[in-house]
Design a protein around this ligand. Sequence first.
Ligand code: ADP
Ligand code: 5GP
Length: 206
Amino acid sequence: MFKKGSLLIISGPSGAGKSTLIQTILENEKDVYFSISTTTRPKRSVERDGIDYYFVTKEEFEKEIQEGMFLEWANVHGYYYGTSLRPVLRALEEGKLVLFDIDVQGYASIKKSPLAPLATSVFVTTPSMSELERRLQTRGTDTPQTIKKRIQNAIEEMAYMKEYDFILINSDLARSKEQILAIAKAARLKRDPKEIEEFINYWQSH
Ligand code: ADP
Ligand code: 5GP
């Protein structure tokens, strides 16, 4: 019947809790593929190359742009971030739910792509800007200057909340985990018009 997977796009300010909630989906749902982005941002000490991100130089990233390797890419906080197309297509063919942790620009690109009908989107944020700052400070991975840049970027990103299917205010973590799992389950049911037509043909002949 329906064989293709679906896309779940998770955006929101840096520090809002996206990685934490993605981890919850990976631990609780089967047949999930996390799209590992490529970036030119320096690696944080807790991060692992090839697991959290593929860390590359600016020159390597620009070469991949030229070669048309990216489904989408954007400049965020002064660094390049992008999603390679090929592994995403492979995971979709395998019927997986593909998770994306991408910014609002990346979401806008996917919305214009042929994959858009398979995509569900969720914007994750904190209850307030001061709580976002507190989380970035307690995470302890960013310098005060980087935190300032991230807060400024967050203010700009919040303007795009309206574009998303779902809004998740991540205050109580246990509740947010339940909510993200509900969204992940629903996202799997999103189908593209071509598949629906095939299903109707099948349905009429059985
Ligand atoms: P992002 O991936 O959006 O940048 P993280 O998942 O790294 O954010 O979360 C930022 C910090 O906030 C981490 O230290 C994480 O443990 C913490 N955190 C996540 N969700 C909550 C929550 N609901 N309440 C308090 N702290 C949280
Ligand atoms: P961080 O540096 O905190 O890991 O990520 C910074 C921002 O870049 C976040 O908003 C995150 O969602 C976004 N991001 C990560 N990977 C990608 C990607 O492949 N494409 C786009 N457009 N944004 C990304």
